[in-house]
Write a protein that binds this ligand. Structure first.
Ligand SMILES: [Zn+2]
Ligand SMILES: [Zn+2]
Length: 78
């Protein structure tokens, strides 16, 4: 019973994601809610080498803010 409920939830979520994010990258299939978000992804993320390198581990990010969040969460430093 519980399993059925969980599957129903997953299906509902998948439908939600599809409707909320109608713009899909043709290269990597990531979905975005707005065209500008998709264009930013294609321009900044998709097919690009991540520019910001974590000084504490091999993690890289396209965004400085994301890297700062990674460092805070993984390494507990700010
Ligand atoms: Zn992409
Ligand atoms: Zn790191």
């Amino acid at each position: 019973m519980l399993v059925l409920v969980m599957f129903a939830d997953v299906e509902y979520l998948a439908t939600e994601v599809y409707h909320l994010r109608p713009y899909q990258c043709q290269k990597c299939c990531k979905r975005y809610s707005t065209r500008s978000n998709l264009q930013r992804h294609i321009k900044v993320e998709c097919g690009q080498e991540p520019r910001f390198q974590c000084p504490y581990c091999p993690h890289r990010s396209n965004y400085k803010a994301n890297l700062a969040m990674h460092i805070y969460r993984r390494h507990r430093l700010q």
